[in-house]
Write a protein that binds this ligand. Structure first.
Ligand SMILES: *[C@@H]1O[C@H](CO)[C@@H](O)[C@H](O)[C@H]1NC(C)=O
Length: 305
């Protein structure tokens, strides 16, 4: 085409040259439009071969539905509501670069967890899980990898073994007795009008049981004079439940990793604070146990007092 333009240059007046080059550009543009259209049609045809995504929201470019996620807390309620409005049991919500596929029907859930479990067995790499498991050193938060397999072996053979279960039976009974006593005392108390806060009872029972089974003790400190949980237990428990609330929570940094430094939703700071509070009480106990093993008490492998 440019050749043609330069040929005509010698005998056409300036106005004519302008017209011709304009025509050429127009033709080129039209051809380009046509080519793009054909390309898109081909692409759409090609795409159709992969099954479509479930119904849902794609949101804005780059961020997806993250603004809605931030506006509507707790996020899981918002997701449920969205699915109810759409009248669907499987949806697709784009958060950042991730397509989140929530499922509410048991049949579909079974398909994910049983039939396709090879694909979905691994856990996602998220900031909260990484922080809590100290860089994926534990079993329950690690993605499906060698470390996870190793930890699972230890847990199955050592922690969840029938021998261990029987061995800890008495300790469990002891804590259940405490729970019954706790509920009974509260139900008789005129201070609370005989009402029992089930949440408090359940949380303290979990804390008491875990402390007993893992550390072999009821108190980190000295406890209260009346035998109730001390400041240490309360702080530890508060930390544990904060962690539970935020781990695998909808954190922005999990969907747009480059926002991690800004910590827009504060998840990182909250989790780090809670971990610090929990570790303050746990770590000395663990260090003590390690020291005991070092000093020749290795025969007593479990090292419980
Ligand atoms: C938990 O342990 C504390 C301290 O021994 C006790 O006072 C409390 O009643 C226990 N709570 C429950 C719910 O078992």
């Amino acid at each position: 085409m440019p050749q043609q333009v330069s040929l005509t240059y010698h005998w056409l007046p300036a106005m004519e040259i302008g017209k011709t080059s304009f025509c050429v550009t127009l033709c080129l543009l039209l051809a380009l439009c046509l080519a793009t259209k054909i390309f898109y049609k081909w692409l759409r045809l090609k795409k159709r071969r992969t099954p479509p995504l479930p119904p849902g929201h794609m949101g804005y470019p780059i961020v997806g539905c993250l603004p809605e996620m931030m506006k509507n807390k707790p996020t899981f309620r918002w997701v449920h509501q969205l699915m109810q409005e759409m009248n669907t049991e499987i949806a697709c919500i784009r958060l950042g670069t991730t397509h989140v596929i929530p499922v509410t029907s048991p049949e579909l859930a079974r398909e994910f967890l049983r039939k396709q479990d090879v694909i979905f067995a691994s856990r996602a790499d998220v900031l909260s899980a990484k922080l809590v498991s100290n860089g994926y050193l534990t079993a329950i938060f690690s993605p499906n990898c060698d470390q996870w397999k190793k930890m699972r072996r230890v847990i199955v053979s050592e922690v969840l073994s029938p021998t261990m279960h029987r061995w800890l039976h008495e300790k469990r009974c002891e804590e259940v007795d405490h729970l019954v006593k706790f509920v009974f005392k509260r139900s008789q108390s005129p201070l609370t009008n005989g009402l029992v806060n089930v949440r408090v009872a359940a949380q303290h029972y979990c804390g008491n049981m875990t402390r007993k089974l893992i550390f072999g003790k009821r108190f980190f400190g000295t406890g209260m004079e009346d035998g109730g949980p001390g400041m240490e237990e309360k702080e530890h428990l508060q930390g544990v439940f904060t962690i539970l609330k935020y781990v695998y929570g909808f954190g922005i940094a999990d969907y747009l990793p480059w926002l991690e430094v800004l910590d827009l939703d504060g998840h990182k700071r909250i989790l780090k604070d809670a971990l610090k509070r929990v570790k303050k009480y746990q770590d000395p106990e663990i260090d003590k146990r390690v020291e005991m093993w070092r000093q020749g008490m290795k025969n007593n492998r479990r090292g419980y007092p």
